[in-house]
Design a protein around this ligand. Structure first.
Ligand SMILES: [Zn+2]
Length: 238
C-alpha cells in the first residue's frame, strides 16, 4: 500500500462546494466519425488506425467533475472522437442515476473539484462504483504545480488500495492552482482514457503517476493491491 503521506506533497485535494450533481450527456462525435478527415493526423499514429478510431466513436466515457482538470479531459476526449461523453458536475454524487451511468460507461475519469472535506469520500465512492461495475477508472488530481494520475482497471490496485486513509491533513478551504497544471493533468488523464477505450497503447496502470511541474520531476512508483481493501478486496460488500 502507498499511503498519502509517502510523497512530498501527498494530497489529492479539491475545492468548490456546489449544489447537487447535474448530469450532462454530451454527444461528442457524429456517427461514422472514424471515416472523417478530422482524425487524419491521429489515424497515422503507429498502432492506432481505423479500428481504434471506430472503438473511440462507439465508446462512452463519463467525466466526473468539469472544472480546470475535467474540462481539459472532456475537450481532448471529444477532439479525439469519443462518441459519447457523460459529464457530471458539480456537487455530491448522491443522485441515484449515477451508479447506472457509471455501469454503462466504457471508462470513467474522476476529475472532481469539490469541497475538500468531502473529496476523498466522494473519490472513494466513484472508485467503489467503478470496481463493482468492472469499469476502468482514471483518477486525476492536482495541487499547485503537482499532478497525480492513477489508472485502475479491473483486478488492479484501486484508489483505496493506494490511498487507504485519504489525507487527514488537507486544508478545509481549498488549495493552490496553476491553470496550466490543471490542463496538463487533464490532457494526461484524457490520454489514458483514450488508451483504455481505444486499446491502441498500454495504459499507465499499476503505478501512481506523480508529476511536479516546479522542477519537471516525474515519478511512477508501483502500486499494490491491498488484500484488506474495503472496495476491491475479498471482504468488500456489494
Ligand atoms: Zn482496492
Amino acid at each position: 500500500m502507498v499511503t498519502a503521506r509517502s510523497h512530498s506533497h501527498p494530497r489529492l485535494r479539491s475545492m468548490c462546494p456546489g449544489p447537487p450533481a447535474r448530469i450532462l450527456p454530451v454527444q461528442a462525435a457524429p456517427p461514422a466519425a472514424e471515416t472523417s478527415r478530422r482524425f487524419d493526423r491521429q489515424l497515422t499514429i503507429p498502432g492506432f488506425g481505423v479500428s481504434t478510431q471506430r472503438r473511440l466513436s462507439q465508446a462512452t466515457v463519463l467525466v466526473a467533475g468539469v472544472g480546470g482538470v475535467g474540462e481539459a479531459v472532456a475537450a481532448y476526449l471529444a477532439a479525439a472522437g469519443v462518441g459519447r461523453l457523460i459529464l457530471i458536475h458539480p456537487g455530491d454524487l448522491a443522485d441515484p442515476a449515477v451508479p447506472g451511468l457509471i455501469a454503462e460507461a466504457d471508462a470513467v475519469v474522476d476529475a472532481r473539484h469539490n469541497d475538500a472535506r468531502h473529496n476523498f469520500p466522494e473519490r472513494y465512492l466513484i472508485n467503489r462504483l467503478c470496481v463493482r461495475a468492472g469499469v476502468p477508472l482514471v483518477v486525476a488530481a492536482m495541487n499547485a504545480t503537482e499532478a497525480y494520475l492513477l489508472v485502475v482497471r479491473p483486478g488492479e490496485p484501486c484508489l483505496r488500495c493506494v490511498f487507504g486513509e485519504g489525507d487527514p491533513a488537507w486544508e478545509p478551504l481549498g488549495f493552490p492552482v496553476l491553470g496550466a497544471v490543471a490542463g496538463t493533468v487533464g490532457a494526461l488523464a484524457a490520454t489514458e482514457a483514450l488508451k483504455v477505450v481505444g486499446g491502441f497503447a498500454e495504459p499507465a496502470a499499476g503505478c501512481l503517476g506523480h508529476l511536479d511541474r516546479w522542477d519537471v520531476d516525474l515519478r511512477t512508483p508501483r502500486t499494490r493491491r491491498d488484500p484488506a481493501c474495503p472496495d476491491c478486496g475479498p471482504g468488500s460488500t456489494p
